[in-house]
Design a protein around this ligand. Structure first.
Ligand SMILES: [Zn+2]
Length: 377
């Protein structure tokens, strides 16, 4: 028997109005000058100003230079903003991109060199050895679950290749998960991010790694997301559905410390080559890849069908996923979303280099990725 380490350390304040607790939390912890890291689009919406009205007794500066699939230069700009403000802590406020940048700003202000050099697959990877600034995180989407994750995904500015920085020091000290922050998400973002959350739960459960704690969390996350996603899309003001999706998103991200699979390897390639939204990219691949995985681990697919409330076992579960995609408005294959046939070899090569598929339940080669991308066109 080998020894396995299990770790679930993040404090989470979960519920409607949790955002109002941030100021008192930071003041009590001895902090006064937060840098609020958020994305460009969010900075123009009332939601940010509303949140700022709750940050009483703090001297805040806002860095809103996060956009798209975030690049390393955005982290550098955030670190400069931290220094200019003389900040003593960081508030991450936004979707996965803003939260990932917020985590890395903390590394950039305390460590030398380029932030890309801290990615786990960098040929001369540097160690995150120093303490990083106190970080609290508020998700405004329900998808990546980055608020409870110990990883940040960042793109190289030139190549757009996605790199992952992974370290427990990236974990937020406290998460304020407030479903009201997701009420203004448009349906197509609710759908894409929600499918991402569902995919995290499904892929981590399917990964062959030994982690019964994560397996239990992943099954519960699948159950909640399966029940809530369609309602969150069709009834945007349904706070119970929004709350359920925020929880499913966190459960997915806690579960995927176990690992992900080939759906995410494909999605990362689609982000790098075609700049597709991460959740949409997962949605466009999930049923094709899972149908290919299913014969390898049929009992696990039957269990997924069971928790999702789908009668008919694993094959019916995949058919249900395809139907769910259509019901939440994600129509067409890769080609309908701008992917060209001539891009498939490049997509397959990048997906094959992605570490995620090493824990796919079925061994996946570059040839397999070529077939899967072709099938999903
Ligand atoms: Zn994802």
């Amino acid at each position: 028997m080998s020894i396995t380490a299990f770790s679930f350390p993040t404090e989470i304040q979960f519920g409607i109005g949790a955002r109002r607790l941030v100021a008192a939390h930071l003041r009590e912890a001895g902090y006064q000058r937060p840098l609020l890291v958020t994305d460009k689009a969010l900075a123009t919406l009332p939601i940010l100003n509303e949140f700022k009205t709750h940050l009483t007794g703090l001297d805040i500066a806002v860095f809103s230079g996060v956009s798209g699939n975030p690049a390393a230069s955005q982290v550098t700009a955030g670190a400069a903003a931290f220094s200019r403000h003389g900040a003593d802590c960081i508030i991450g406020f936004g979707g996965g991109a803003a939260l990932d940048v917020a985590k890395l700003v903390g590394v950039a202000v305390t460590h030398p060199g380029d932030i890309i050099e801290y990615a786990w697959d960098h040929p001369a990877v540097r160690t995150i050895e120093h303490p990083v600034p106190y970080l609290v995180a508020l998700p405004t989407t329900a998808g990546t679950g980055s608020e409870v994750g110990r990883a940040s995904v960042i793109s190289e500015d030139d190549s757009h290749l996605k790199r992952v920085v992974f370290n427990p020091k990236l974990l937020a000290k406290c998460v304020f998960a407030d479903p009201e922050l997701t009420l203004s998400l448009p349906p197509h973002i609710t759908a894409a991010t929600g499918i991402d959350a569902l995919t995290h739960n499904i892929e981590s459960y399917l990964s062959p790694a030994y982690h019964p704690l994560c397996d239990g969390i992943a099954l519960e996350g699948t159950r909640i997301a399966a029940r809530a996603l369609l309602t969150a899309v069709t009834e945007p003001n349904n706070l119970q559905a929004r709350s359920d999706m925020m929880m499913a998103s966190m459960l997915g991200a806690i579960a995927f410390q176990k690992d992900l699979g080939a759906v995410h390897a494909c999605a990362h390639a689609l982000g790098a080559v075609c700049d597709l939204h991460h959740g949409l990219a997962n949605a466009l691949m999930i049923d094709t890849v899972l149908a290919w995985n299913q014969p390898e681990v049929p009992a696990k697919f039957d269990e997924l069908a069971h928790v999702a409330g789908v009668a008919g076992g694993g094959e019916a579960f995949i058919a249900w996923l395809s139907q769910l995609k259509a019901e939440v408005g994600i129509e067409g294959g890769l080609s309908a979303h701008g992917v060209k046939h001539e891009q498939i070899p490049q997509l397959a090569a990048i997906a094959n280099q992605d570490l995620c598929h090493q824990t796919n339940p079925r061994v996946c080669t570059e040839t397999d990725f070529n077939r899967l991308f072709s099938a999903a066109m």
